[in-house]
Design a protein around this ligand. Structure first.
Ligand SMILES: [Mg+2]
Length: 229
């Protein structure tokens, strides 16, 4: 059985800034001013890391974890409305078809999430597109700043949920940034990188040494076959 760990933002979904807007609102509620997001990249990053960078760049010092804990419920409160009020939200090409094809072969493929989002935020995002049933487990950004630790969590949670041991050779990470690829490489698993996130082109992703790079996930049959290798 193959374990397929999917990133969310830029890989499955396009939310057109809905996340940043919810982030900014919640940040302002907790800290009393808009975050300075200059030079803070959200692509492929984890929620705590993004918060810490915004916190520091906005001129705050000292412990960021307590304000982060206070920020979380506000962010989760803002996120659904922020997504619903954003016009250009969509699933990337081929996502729905690929997930449906994989779900047709549950004896062959186990699906999981591997995302920098806190779990509740991840659930809001995939729930918005009715994808929740595909992803019973995952690794999330609640605890870790580092992506490889999230991916390691995803593998552990999947082994327990699917009652299967997944070797690195049987495990794929599907993501849209070099952070996904590097995190996957750090735990020794395979990678499919897709250039749908808007920040990393096919050429840039090739340079990361990903096992396979594609413009998007639209070639369903080819991708299913790739995962079987
Ligand atoms: Mg991403």
């Amino acid at each position: 059985m193959k374990l397929l760990i999917f990133d969310i933002d830029g890989t499955l979904t396009h939310l057109d800034g809905a996340t940043s807007r919810a982030y900014a609102k919640a940040f302002e509620i907790i800290l009393g001013r808009k975050p300075n997001t200059d030079g803070v990249s959200m692509h492929g990053r984890t929620d705590p890391l993004i918060f810490r960078e915004c916190f520091e760049r906005s001129g705050f010092t000292g412990d960021w974890r307590a304000p982060y804990e206070a920020f979380k419920p506000h962010y989760l409160h803002e996120l659904p409305a922020s997504i619903a009020n954003t016009k250009r939200t969509f699933l990337h090409s081929g996502v729905r078809e690929l997930l449906a094809a994989l779900a047709e072969r549950p004896e062959q493929f186990a699906l999981a999430l591997g995302t920098g989002n806190m779990e509740a935020g991840a659930r809001v995002k995939i729930g918005y597109f009715n994808l929740s049933d595909y992803f019973p487990v995952g690794g999330f950004g609640d605890q870790h700043e580092e992506r490889f630790m999230i991916l390691r969590d995803a593998v552990t949670a999947s082994e327990s949920f699917y009652k299967t041991e997944f070797t690195p050779d049987d495990t794929w990470v599907i993501g849209d940034t070099e952070h996904d690829v590097r995190g996957a490489q750090a735990i020794g698993v395979k990678t499919l990188a897709v250039a749908t996130g808007g920040k990393y082109s096919v050429e840039m992703l090739r340079e990361t040494g990903a096992d396979d790079v594609r413009p998007d996930l639209s070639e369903t049959a080819e991708i299913v076959e790739l995962f079987c290798r």
